[in-house]
Design a protein around this ligand. Structure first.
Ligand SMILES: [Zn+2]
Length: 257
């Protein structure tokens, strides 16, 4: 989504100037340092890892972006008006600009030597969509805690947010409060994570375009399960609101407790 958007707009154009408009967006970098690092360079490529984007400036310098919950990258053609909550504005020599708009400042911007170095430094786990099944089983079978917080732990697997974690558990028929999943359950969960993330990509994360058989269109107080009609339950699990079906996501015999 954001990566493809950047590829179609902002790559391989010389940056005339970068302006940090709100320093709260910065992670471990000073505004002047970031502005100097960007000036005169081009973004050569864009890669994604979980919810992070990396834009290559040269062999040893990348811009690292996290869009957070409310951040967007907007490419502004010539005179187009700058979004209201622009935190970083990059002007290109061709007269167009790239704005990082983030009303609530959940996102962040920084510099790194390479995406790999950044991920190691921040202890970020493998990207959920690129993770092989064996890797997922390896990581998750060692976990003793509840499954839902483990799915959201970005140190284990990156890129699965609260909504899509609920969706994957729903599709795999696993209660978010289960601990000690069987290999069969983990295999089912792995394939539903892949399905859910691919569907999310193909719909550009537009929740209204998801199939009605998904949990997310029904994920609200009073919503019912599209499979069996049960009233969905919601409660805080690991500090995050979780929705699940008490009927087909029961904690049955697999729960060792
Ligand atoms: Zn159900």
């Amino acid at each position: 989504m954001a990566r493809r958007y950047l590829q179609a707009t902002a790559l391989r154009q010389t940056i005339q100037a970068a302006k940090v408009k709100d320093e709260r967006i910065l992670a471990k970098v000073a505004a002047i340092e970031l502005e100097v690092a960007l000036a005169g360079k081009q973004f050569h490529s864009a890669s994604r890892h979980g919810k992070r984007l990396f834009l290559k400036l040269n062999d040893s310098l990348w811009l690292a972006l996290h869009l957070g919950l409310t951040g967007r990258l907007i490419y502004l053609e010539s005179e187009a008006e700058e979004p209201r909550h622009t935190r970083l504005l990059i002007s290109f020599e061709n007269g167009h600009r790239l704005a990082f708009d983030d009303p609530r400042i959940f996102g962040e911007v920084g510099l790194t030597k390479s995406p790999a170095a950044f991920l190691v430094e921040r202890k970020i786990g493998p990207d959920a969509l690129l993770l092989e099944r064996e890797g997922f089983l390896e990581i998750m079978s060692k976990r003793k805690g509840l499954i839902k917080p483990a799915l959201l732990n970005q140190n284990l697997v990156a890129g699965l947010g609260n909504l899509y974690a609920d969706e994957a558990l729903f599709q795999a028929g696993i209660c978010p409060k289960t601990r000690g999943l069987t290999i069969e359950q983990l295999i089912a969960l792995y394939s539903s994570i892949q399905d859910v993330l691919k569907t999310a990509l193909s719909t550009d994360a537009n929740l209204s375009k998801l199939p009605d058989s998904y949990l997310l269109p029904h994920r609200h107080p009073g919503g019912t399960c599209p499979r069996d009609g049960a009233l969905l339950r919601h409660e805080k699990i690991g500090g995050r609101t979780s929705y699940f079906c008490p009927e087909h996501q029961k904690r049955i015999m697999f729960d060792k407790k």
